[in-house]
Design a protein. Structure first.
Length: 367
């Protein structure tokens, strides 16, 4: 009898994590794989293009949930996923990251008695106003397998009463994707398209509700960018949430006064990777980008009050600087002047995390 595994994706940051896991699982004839996409993200730029860039197989099941308030989105996923799970009866459900699809599918799986694995477990910002922090905490409480990317995660999980034998330090699967695609990203035409030169631009991403859902905070960041773009071109691929807010808050006209501020549609994986790898600096509120810049050795300023990925600050090239305009300008200038710390690559961020993860599953299903 084959071991049936249902892998789950829902939103953009899930795709680069699931890709190497699927590819590794495919090497094992004892596994039968199903890929389920909740459709939390549905735009081509946020979803389909990533399947193409990362060579992820077409989902076997697509729930088409789309966006909505948290309760609505999470609830809809649960209702639809339960029907699928009852019909498919997998031996294991595997989720990645911390989005609403992660916790929604986890709740359904464990209540139906299906074994449940969480990839990227144990990360904590200790900020419970972040929706992702709630998703992380709850998902970890109900998981049978907790795959962690950094040692701090183990301490967090042990403090929360998770037993040590469920925790597996395998490294960072998202970095498997990065290292595995860096060569392919060299073929990207993004430098020609945007008329850019290596190291002569900054790259900005913003989508956290705490930054873009209040006019005051969004404006604070734009005020800093108005200064920074006088010194270096700033490329800004805009997340749909941020795009909406810019219009709602009447901030688009402010962008027009910034000639060196290049506002773009969301970019595909390979184009973004190419830009990130050759940026002078990266400004972001994303979780994953803090890790990717650490591996690439590119200075990263995180526009948040905290990070759930402390190894990127302790060992990597990341600094968490909050959302104060003055500080943002000062810290950016430091990087432009060449004074920024050098980082090192964290343990097990070596391109082999998915292999270690799948080995754990193979071993556990033997017994
Ligand atoms: C979600 C995740 C976040 C992750 C981010 C990456 C949760 C709680 N948050 O946030 O952790 O970092 O994805 O993008 O799960 N939208 C579109 N098209 C899309 C996707 C979204 O237009 O394909 C718009 C929707 O109208 C929605 C807004 O963007 O109102 C936010 O989408 P949602 O999935 O609710 O959360 P994200 O902010 O993307």
């Amino acid at each position: 009898m084959k071991i049936k595994i249902m892998n789950i994706v829902g939103a953009r940051p899930n795709f680069m994590k699931i890709a190497p896991i699927i590819s590794e699982m495919n090497k094992h004839a004892e596994f039968e794989l199903k890929l389920l996409h909740t459709g939390q993200h549905s735009d081509d730029e946020m979803s389909r293009f990533f399947f193409e860039d990362l060579r992820i197989p077409e989902p076997d099941i697509y729930l088409g949930i789309g966006s909505g308030n948290h309760g609505e989105q999470t609830g809809k996923i649960m209702i639809e996923f339960e029907k699928v799970l009852i019909a498919e009866k997998p031996d294991l459900v595997l989720v990645v990251g911390d989005v609403n699809s992660t916790i929604a599918c986890g709740l359904v799986a464990v209540k139906l008695g299906v074994k449940f694995a969480h990839v990227e477990a144990g990360l904590r910002s200790f900020d419970r106003t972040m929706p992702e922090e709630i998703n992380r905490l709850l998902t970890d409480q109900i998981s049978d397998f907790l795959f962690i990317t950094e040692k701090s995660a183990e301490d967090n999980l042990l403090k929360e009463g998770i037993s040590r034998d469920k925790i597996h330090f395998v490294g960072n699967v998202m970095i498997d994707s990065l290292l595995g695609n860096l060569d392919r990203a060299q073929n990207s035409k993004i430098f020609t398209d945007l008329d850019l030169q290596p190291r002569e631009f900054a790259l900005l991403t913003l989508h956290r509700p705490s930054n873009v859902d209040t006019r005051e905070n969004f404006l604070e960041i734009l005020t800093a960018l108005q200064e920074i773009q006088k010194e270096i071109i700033v490329v800004f691929p805009v997340h749909p949430r941020s795009k909406k807010r810019l219009s709602e808050f009447g901030l688009n006209k402010k962008l027009k006064d910034m000639p060196n501020f290049l506002v773009q549609e969301p970019l595909g994986y390979l184009d973004f990777l190419k830009l990130m790898s050759e940026a002078k600096l990266v400004l972001t509120d994303s979780g994953g980008i803090q890790e990717e810049t650490t591996v690439l050795g590119i200075p990263c300023l995180t526009l948040r009050e905290n990070t759930e990925r402390p190894v990127t600050v302790l060992q990597g090239t990341n600094e968490v600087i909050g959302v104060n305009a003055k500080r943002l300008v000062t810290e950016s200038r430091k990087i432009l002047n060449g004074t920024f710390k050098k980082g090192k690559r964290p343990d097990l961020w070596d391109g082999n995390a998915a292999k270690r993860l799948v080995d754990v599953l193979v071993e556990s299903f033997k017994t």
